[in-house]
Design a protein around this ligand. Structure first.
Ligand code: AHG
Ligand code: MN
Ligand code: MN
Length: 367
C-alpha cells in the first residue's frame, strides 16, 4: 500500500476517542492508560528489534538482582527490561491504583509522588521469552481491571485480593506482537481491533478492524512432548486430529507450535485454529502451564470478543474465580466449534468410567 493510500486509516488515538463518544461521561483516564500501554509496547518493540545490537539478549545476570522470577523461571534481560518499561510508562499518570506482573512476586504500588486512579493493570511484559535468543516472535499481554469504589476513594495500597477478579470483569485486554511487523490487538469490550505499527509515523494504525475467528478449523497447536501427561479427553482430541481423514473427524489437520502464546493467539485470530496448554499430570504443583490473570484471561476476552471461545477445557475461562495472583490454569482457546468439542470430551464419561457398571449396556449413563 503506497504511503499516500494509508491516510484513510485511523490511528489508535482516533479509534479510542471515537469509542469514547459512546460514553459521554467518561473521564478520558482509560484512553490515556491505553495510550501509555501502547507507548510501552513501542519501546519494547524497539528493544526486541535491536536484538544483539542492543545488548539485551540472554539471561538477566544474577548479580543484578537475581534471575529467577516468582514462577521459578529464569528471567531474560528483556523480561526485566520490558517489565520496567511497562511500569515507568504507566505509573505516573494518575490512572492506576496498582499493577501486577509475571515478573513481580507482589502487587506494585504506585509511588507516593504520583496520583492514584481507578484501574489495575495486569501484564505479562514479554510472553514467549524463550524465543528471544532465537529471533522468533514474542509479545506483551495486558488486562485492565477496575478497582472498588473503596480503593478509588481511599487511595490505599492494593493487595493481592484486589486483583482476584474473574476474566468477565475485565474492562479491556490486548496484546502487542513483536513479529515481522509490530501489532497491537485490543478489545475494550466491543469487538476486537488490530493495529499495525507504522514505523514511519511511530503510530499504531487500525489495519484489522472487527476481527472474527472462523468457527471451524483444521489447525491445532499443542506441545506434544507432554502427551504422556495429558488427561484422556485431550489425548482423545489430539488422537482424532492426528487420525485425520481416516479417523472420526474425516478431515486432515495441520499442526503448529510457536511456543509464544501471543503469536499463536494472533494466528488464530487471523485464520482460526485451536490452542491447548491443558492441565496435565507433569507436575502436581502446577495445574497447567499458563497463568490465569495475565495470560489466560486477556487472551480469553479477546477470543470471546472475536466470536471464538476460551476454556479451562471444562468450563469458560472468563467465569473462573481466581485464588492467587500467579495462579496457573489449563487453557484451551480458538475456533468456537473446536473448543466446544474439547469441552464436550471433558464432560463425557471417560473410557475407564465406561467399564463401571453404571455405564454398562442398557445403563442410564450409557453414551
Ligand atoms: P513466558 O515466556 O511469559 O513465560 O510464557 C511462555 C509460555 C507461552 O507463551 C507458551 O505458549 C508456552 O509458555 C511455551 O511452553 P513450552 O516451553 O512448554 O513449549
Ligand atoms: Mn507468558
Ligand atoms: Mn513472560
Amino acid at each position: 500500500m503506497p504511503l499516500t493510500n494509508r491516510t484513510h486509516l485511523s490511528t489508535l488515538t482516533q479509534f479510542l476517542i471515537e469509542e469514547r463518544r459512546r460514553f459521554p461521561s467518561a473521564s478520558g483516564d482509560f484512553n490515556a492508560l491505553i495510550l501509555d500501554v501502547a507507548l510501552a509496547c513501542k519501546a519494547i518493540a524497539r528493544a526486541v528489534a535491536l536484538g544483539e545490537l542492543g545488548g539485551t539478549l540472554g539471561d538477566h545476570a544474577a548479580d543484578e538482582g537475581g534471575n529467577i522470577n516468582v514462577q521459578g523461571e529464569t528471567q531474560k534481560k528483556l523480561d526485566v527490561l520490558s517489565n520496567e518499561v511497562f511500569i515507568r510508562r504507566t505509573e505516573w499518570a494518575g490512572n492506576l491504583a496498582g499493577m501486577a506482573s509475571e515478573e513481580m512476586d507482589l502487587p506494585y504500588q504506585i509511588p507516593p509522588q504520583y496520583p492514584r486512579g481507578k484501574y489495575l493493570l495486569v501484564f505479562d511484559p514479554l510472553d514467549g521469552s524463550s524465543n528471544i535468543d532465537v529471533n522468533v516472535s514474542v509479545g506483551s499481554i495486558f488486562s485492565v481491571l477496575r478497582v472498588s469504589k473503596e480503593i478509588e476513594e481511599s487511595g490505599r495500597d492494593v493487595c493481592e485480593a484486589d486483583f482476584l477478579q474473574s476474566g468477565a470483569q475485565q474492562v479491556a485486554a490486548g496484546y502487542a506482537l513483536y513479529g515481522p511487523t509490530t501489532m497491537l490487538v485490543l478489545t475494550v469490550g466491543d469487538g476486537v481491533n488490530g493495529f499495525t505499527l507504522d514505523p514511519n509515523l511511530g503510530e499504531f494504525m487500525l489495519t484489522h478492524p472487527r476481527l472474527r475467528i472462523p468457527e471451524d478449523s483444521h489447525e491445532f497447536a499443542i506441545n506434544a512432548s507432554n502427551s504422556r501427561f495429558w488427561e484422556a479427553p485431550v489425548k482423545r482430541y489430539v488422537d482424532e486430529c492426528l487420525a485425520g481423514r481416516t479417523g472420526p473427524r474425516d478431515k486432515d489437520f495441520n499442526m503448529r507450535w510457536i511456543a509464544s502464546m501471543v503469536a499463536e493467539a494472533h494466528r488464530i485470530l487471523m485464520r482460526g485454529g485451536v490452542f491447548l496448554y491443558p492441565r496435565d499430570t507433569k507436575d502436581p504443583a502446577k495445574p497447567g502451564r499458563l497463568r490465569l490473570l495475565y495470560e489466560a484471561n486477556p487472551v480469553g476476552m479477546l477470543m470471546e470478543q472475536a466470536g471464538g471461545r476460551a476454556s479451562t477445557g471444562e468450563r469458560p475461562m472468563l467465569g473462573v474465580q481466581p485464588t492467587s495472583l500467579h495462579q496457573r490454569i489449563g487453557l484451551v482457546f480458538g475456533s468456537r466449534n473446536e473448543v466446544e468439542r474439547i469441552e464436550r470430551y471433558h464432560a463425557e464419561p471417560q473410557r475407564s468410567e465406561l467399564c463401571n457398571p453404571l455405564f454398562a449396556e442398557r445403563s442410564l449413563f450409557r453414551v
